[in-house]
Design a protein around this ligand. Structure first.
Ligand SMILES: [Zn+2]
Length: 118
């Protein structure tokens, strides 16, 4: 474990300093504890369990409200991660046109969103 916080689990919010391993995905991370929880859920899942979005479950308002902050935190993490990747592309000589094309937006939109100069 390192003592420097580099990233945090997108599921439980634990930083890399509090877990053994963080596995990175596209803008997200998952720790070994959450992977184990996922394995338990997958193994215990009935074969005919319907796939529905988490917010489609019958939930009380308090639980829905308590989910908003973690979802917003994960969203912020993904946005920060995207900005870091764009910064990496820039440091490698990537143009705003190339970055915009990769993101499906115009050069101008990419510059306005990520340059910090807009
Ligand atoms: Zn976790």
């Amino acid at each position: 474990m390192t003592s420097v916080v580099i990233a945090q689990c997108s599921f439980c919010s634990k930083p890399n300093t509090e877990v053994e391993t963080l596995v990175g995905g596209p803008g997200v991370f998952i720790c070994e504890g959450c992977v184990q929880l996922c394995v338990t859920v997958i193994e215990g899942k009935p074969a005919d369990a319907p796939l529905i979005a988490p917010w489609e479950h019958d939930l009380p308002l308090e639980q829905v409200l308590s989910n908003l902050s973690p979802v917003a935190a994960a969203t912020a993490q993904v946005q920060q991660n995207l900005a870091a990747w764009v910064g990496k592309a820039r440091s490698l000589g990537g143009t705003w046109a190339q970055i915009g094309q990769a993101l499906g937006m115009t050069r101008q939109s990419a510059w306005e969103r990520f340059s910090g100069e807009a």
